[in-house]
Design a protein around this ligand. Structure first.
Ligand code: SIN
Length: 292
């Protein structure tokens, strides 16, 4: 296995490994360390099927079954289909997943370590890939905060709510997401998350507060909370923290869901097909120990 960092704020390409085969303990540890160090890992030219993809993801922690659970691969409720493709006039996947800056599962009491996508179809125009996934580096965003703000927000929490992103998507013209049911709401009630949290692999602080789900800073007057959230969201979105992944069919992309935020760029049309398989790995293991 060869790890080639992009040289930018995030990202590395990992070659010389077939993810269709069971990982050795050594490979597992190398990938975990690389995830902490680079945040976004691209494994190009992977041909693994759904069972092997689930097995690869499952090696890193329990796989989440999404609360909306509308589109998944047959026999794999934990493997969502993200796609704009329609068959017989019906969508085969979630067409608008992740289109806005967010961190998956920050709305959940138990948070996620990673998302992993396997590119089945990548939209193209004039020979160039479309539908990038963009990332922001939350280790760097934390480190770059003014010292007085680090002190002011230390130990503070923010409330995150699954419904924030869902309703934001629903408000878009032509969006077809149904309203959340009472049952779905009950499964994912708003939760408090530390604004700064220790990353389980690196042991360093990250800024864990994203515009997709964070609603307010707890125990703070509404106006002050809104101003501070606005500052944190603008701070983290600076160009110097940005990495964009340009997809190629066959890429498996694994990203750190604690140390990054991400955004799916919807710059392709209905006749430019995109099809991704996705699993979400919950942070259910002792990663500090496993990466040591
Ligand atoms: C996601 O937010 O997990 C989806 C990202 C993408 O489809 O690019």
């Amino acid at each position: 296995m060869e790890i080639k960092p992009t040289g930018g704020t995030l990202g590395a390409r990992i070659e010389g490994i077939d993810l269709g085969k069971p990982l050795t303990d050594q490979d597992f540890r190398t990938i975990l360390r690389a995830l902490g160090a680079h945040g976004v890992l691209c494994f190009p030219d992977q041909t693994l099927g759904v069972d092997a993809f689930a097995a690869f993801g499952g090696r890193f922690g329990e796989l989440e079954i999404n609360v909306a659970n509308r589109f998944h691969e047959p026999g794999h409720p934990e493997m969502m289909i993200l796609s704009n493709i329609k068959r017989d006039g019906q969508p085969i996947g979630a067409g608008d997943a992740g289109q806005g800056w967010h961190t998956d599962m920050s709305y959940s009491h138990d948070i996620a370590l990673a998302n992993i996508l396997h590119a089945q179809e990548v939209p193209q125009r004039d020979g160039k890939p479309l539908g990038d996934t963009q990332f922001l580096n939350m280790h760097a965003a934390y480190e770059d905060l003014p010292a007085d703000l680090k002190t002011r927000l230390a130990g503070r929490t923010a409330t995150h709510d699954f419904a924030k992103f869902w309703d934001m998507m629903r408000a878009r013209p032509g969006n077809t997401r149904p309203p959340l049911t009472d049952e779905q709401r009950a499964k994912k009630p708003p939760v408090k998350q530390p604004i700064f949290r220790t990353h389980p692999i690196t042991g360093r602080y990250v800024l864990y507060c994203n515009p997709g789900y964070a609603m307010r800073i707890d125990g703070m007057e509404e106006g002050e909370s809104a101003d501070l959230l606005d500052f944190l969201f603008r701070h983290q979105s600076q160009e110097k923290f940005l990495h964009a992944h340009h997809w190629t069919r066959g890429d498996v992309l694994m990203w750190d869901n604690i140390g990054t935020t991400h955004n799916a760029v919807a710059d392709y049309r209905e006749d430019e097909p995109r099809y991704m398989r996705r699993v979400q790995v919950m942070a259910t293991l002792d990663y500090g120990k496993l990466a040591a």
